[in-house]
Design a binder for this molecule. Structure first.
Ligand code: CA
Length: 224
């Protein structure tokens, strides 16, 4: 998941950037509204943390420009003020959520995760991870340009992991998302499916994408 931070206060930007990277996000930062908007237009970000008070172009203007260009990157607004008017204005302009400074990093992280999960409803058709490409509409998967044949469930599992790359997914979560199974179900089915998936997607290639997190579940991440 790619996040852009638009924040002119260097300390805050550095702190956010460090924390988000530690949590598996890919992070870039911009120090003013003009650079930020520019980055958003060309950077293909999943989410932007947008400070309201910015030099050159303020957060409101960045947000308005973004939505007028029909760029649907999720926007989390940061402001020093806690005024209802600001909140309403932000949401009217198309912000997805709102956080008042100062805030706890854990709170920010929770909001980001919720937004990214909600955003997953509007699903991207083509997912790219390292040399892997998944076309979820055409049901076509390739790695290094080589076609990989997957069953519908395997494709669903792979797409789930790719969409939530960097996030450790428990067997329970995977079972719920892919098989609509509840907590009591035998999650062994997940291990079996992962083994089959690895066999097709990872084993023939040098770079492995699926990592086991012992006692927890699986995560989609790799070293380039
Ligand atoms: Ca600021």
């Amino acid at each position: 998941m790619r996040i852009l931070i638009i924040e002119d206060e260097e300390k805050t930007a550095a702190f956010l950037s460090k924390g988000l990277k530690e949590n598996g996000f890919s992070v870039n930062a911009a120090k003013n509204g003009v650079d930020g908007l520019n980055a958003l237009e060309f950077g293909n970000y999943d989410l932007v943390i947008l400070d309201v008070m910015l030099p050159l172009l303020d957060g409101w203007s960045v947000l308005a420009a973004l939505r007028s260009k029909d760029i649907q990157t999720r926007v989390l607004l940061l402001t020093a003020r806690d005024e209802v008017d600001d909140r309403v204005k932000g949401l009217e302009l198309g912000a997805d959520d709102y956080l008042v400074k100062p805030f706890a990093f854990s709170e920010l992280l929770a909001r980001i995760r919720t937004l990214l999960r909600r955003g997953a409803v509007v699903e991207q058709q083509i997912l790219k991870c390292a040399d892997l490409e998944i076309d979820t509409v055409k049901h076509r998967v390739t790695r290094s340009g080589k076609r990989i044949d997957l069953t519908p469930k395997e494709l669903q599992l792979l797409a789930l992991m790719a969409r939530r790359q960097g996030e450790v997914l428990s067997r329970t979560v995977i079972a719920e998302q892919v098989w609509d199974m509840n907590f009591d179900s035998d999650t062994n089915v997940v291990d079996v499916a992962i083994r089959r998936l690895r066999n097709k997607v990872d084993d023939p290639f040098e770079v492995k994408l699926i990592r086991t997190v012992r006692g927890v579940g699986y995560v989609f991440e790799w070293n380039e």
